[in-house]
Design a protein around this ligand. Structure first.
Ligand SMILES: [Zn+2]
Length: 106
């Protein structure tokens, strides 16, 4: 359990906010937005091993895969802000590209 001071310190730490796009939507979820203080590759390895994030554990178990589509430099506050916007599909270059392709084809 992190103490309040540790949590506050963590909030101010610069890290990487990252967006993962799932190969197939899982229920209503198609993205995962996370934050890491360390190397993003390490974090992804942890996720692929089913550690840390329950949602990613569930989709990995369901046989789905995910890929890193976007990163931002920032603190946990930025992660919170982006999460609160609930617009992962619009932040996701893959989904935006698909939308554009679909619009062009129509
Ligand atoms: Zn996407």
């Amino acid at each position: 359990m992190a103490t309040k001071t540790q949590v506050q310190r963590r909030k101010a730490v610069a890290g990487t906010v990252y967006l993962l796009h799932f190969s197939t939507p899982y229920k209503h979820a198609k993205h995962y937005l996370g934050w890491t203080e360390g190397a993003i590759e390490e974090r992804l390895m942890q996720h692929r091993a089913g550690q840390d994030a329950r949602l990613l554990q569930v989709i990995t178990e369901a046989g789905l895969t995910f890929r890193l589509v976007r990163t931002w430099e920032g603190t946990r506050c930025l992660e919170r802000q982006l999460k609160n916007r609930h617009e992962a599909p619009r932040l996701c270059p893959l989904c935006c590209a698909q939308k554009t392709t679909a619009a062009l084809a129509a």
